[in-house]
Design a protein around this ligand. Structure first.
Ligand code: ADP
Length: 158
């Protein structure tokens, strides 16, 4: 079975992430969306909240599972039995950072490969931090986050 892993912070999951999840899941037998439990990143949503939102957003997507992990992605990959990481690329500004992580992962676990999916043009400027800013200012989140989690995100900033 060909399993891909899509790791990230997902604080919270956006329509940009969802686009990558839909496209990546059509390229493999099973896609694991892996939520990084990283205290250093000071996320607004707890790891449990981020996992729950992703589970709601991916309900009905039969070959998609949501898990959380802590520590090094390359080490977690050994546990999943997968050798393929998926990441999304928006602008050139993503590239340098993504390249560094991909090389770091490969140096820790040489069996790993990272595949990049280009962001959908409509989501080029969409990020979790932009969603958090919009929510802080009570803006309508339609089109930015999945419908199923819109209210959860809005509620967090009330
Ligand atoms: P991280 O903190 O690991 O970068 P994110 O949750 O911000 O986690 O992003 C996870 C992955 O999704 C990254 O590869 C990022 O480039 C990608 N991504 C984020 N936003 C978008 C978007 N709007 N379109 C496509 N890919 C995206």
């Amino acid at each position: 079975m060909n399993t891909f892993v899509y790791p990230g912070t997902f604080d919270p999951v956006t329509e940009g992430h969802m686009d990558i999840i839909k496209r990546a899941s059509s390229l493999c037998d099973r896609l694991v969306v892996a939520v990084l439990d990283n205290n250093a990143k000071n996320s607004v949503f707890s790891v449990e909240e981020r996992v729950d939102m992703l589970k709601l957003a991916t309900a009905g997507m039969d070959n998609v599972d949501v898990e959380s992990f802590s520590g090094l992605t390359a080490e977690y990959m050994k546990l999943t039995g997968s050798k393929t990481l998926v990441r999304g690329l928006r602008a050139v500004s993503d590239f340098d950072y993504e390249l560094q992580i991909a090389f770091l992962n490969k140096s820790i676990n040489p069996d790993l490969d990272t595949i990049f999916l280009l962001a959908n043009q409509n989501h080029l400027y969409l990020s979790s931090s932009m969603v958090r800013d919009l929510a802080k200012h009570k803006a309508d989140l339609t089109g930015f986050v999945p419908e199923s989690i819109k209210e959860i995100v809005a509620e967090k900033f009330r």
